[in-house]
Design a protein around this ligand. Structure first.
Ligand SMILES: [Zn+2]
Length: 138
């Protein structure tokens, strides 16, 4: 996605395309990715893009998430990743390396979904398989 398309996308979601928001969106939407706020900060500086404060990065990622541009993945209490692939899918997470891989939704059979409590409706299913290297002693 080039800068022009990014600006159009942000505007279509009623997001004011400030320079920092456009920079952050470019990192996320150049290909399907999973990035946490720290990785976004590091990439901004690695690429020589303008510096953004941690607060700005967090606020921007939250805004994108609220507008449905990215999906928030709470891997554990200390780690939130932002996924630029918003189609329904699941994940494999390496607890040693922090790597995340996508799994197509159809590969997690719907029989896995339990009977829902009366009066509720499903708004989404998140499956995270946690893995570690076989020779890891952790
Ligand atoms: Zn994903």
């Amino acid at each position: 996605m080039d800068k022009h398309e990014i600006i159009k996308l942000l505007k279509s979601q009623q997001i004011n395309p400030t320079r920092q928001r456009v920079d952050i969106a470019q990192l996320l939407f150049e290909r399907p990715r999973h990035l946490c706020a720290d990785q976004v900060m590091n990439e901004l500086s690695d690429r020589g893009l303008g510096k953004a404060s941690k607060a700005t990065v967090y606020n921007t990622l939250n805004l994108f998430s609220e507008q449905g541009l990215v999906r928030e993945l709470c891997i554990d209490s200390g780690k939130v990743y932002y996924d630029s692939n918003t189609a329904e899918h699941h994940h494999i997470y390496n607890v040693d390396t922090g790597e995340l891989w996508d799994i197509e939704a159809r590969r997690c059979p719907s029989e896995m979904v339990p009977n829902l409590p009366a009066g509720t409706t499903s708004v989404g299913v998140d499956v995270i398989y946690r893995v570690k290297p076989q020779n890891s002693y952790k």
